[in-house]
Design a protein around this ligand. Structure first.
Ligand code: GRF
Length: 193
């Protein structure tokens, strides 16, 4: 993927709704020389998202967008993205579904991380469902976002074995640790395509 020319890094916005541990790992990655991206904007739908603190810590601009009216919210976001010359979007624990129209505006330039081995367990409560399903493996996936939920082209996946003793929490913890490594790897892959 070639998005910008010259030596500048690709300006990226990360969308979050909660803890933002993936955001933190992306920020750390973005500071490495080998990173093709810089994180220039954090967007959230949740004013209480604890991940917002990383905006202050790393001096990155953040915007809280009220999603009561999705149309208006998306217009506001598109405006912010334009203002900040954002070229790539990383969804990292963002709990709102973006409209077809929004996605069209950033076609092929939105990545999402999902805590399952897609196409298995799209949507929510992935770890619980993997355990109940008696899956041998859980894991995480980074994929391009298209208009169907958790269905865009897969970029990279990482498997994690589900042990007998695993419960929802222990599995979530193991998968999250892998997510932190997988998202940067997937970004490197995207820019080498
Ligand atoms: C991650 O498991 C992500 O895959 C899912 O939500 C969680 C967000 O965690 N969509 P964090 O906010 O990055 O800590």
């Amino acid at each position: 993927m070639v998005l910008s020319t010259g030596t500048n890094k690709v300006k990226t916005a990360v969308f979050i709704s909660g803890t933002g541990s993936n955001l933190k790992s992306l920020i750390k990655f973005s500071k490495l020389k080998k990173s093709p991206i810089s994180i220039n904007l954090i967007i959230t739908n949740n004013k209480l998202a604890t991940g917002l603190k990383f905006g202050a810590i790393f001096k990155i601009q953040k915007k809280i967008i009220n999603f009561k009216d999705k149309d208006i919210a998306e217009k506001k976001i598109l405006n912010e993205l334009k203002k900040n010359k954002i070229e790539l979007i990383c969804l990292a624990g963002f709990m709102k579904i973006l409209s077809k129209n929004f996605i069209k505006n950033f076609k092929g330039k939105i990545l999402n991380i999902h805590p399952s081995l897609l196409p298995k367990h799209k949507g929510l409560n992935t770890h619980q469902r993997a355990i109940e399903n008696k899956d041998k493996f859980a894991g995480c996936t980074v994929h391009f976002v298209n208009s169907k939920l958790d269905s865009g082209k897969i970029i990279l996946q990482k498997k994690v074995r589900i042990l007998k003793k695993d419960n929802n929490n222990s599995l979530a913890k193991k998968v999250l640790a892998e997510e932190h490594k997988l998202f940067p790897k997937a970004i490197l892959k995207v820019f080498s395509l």
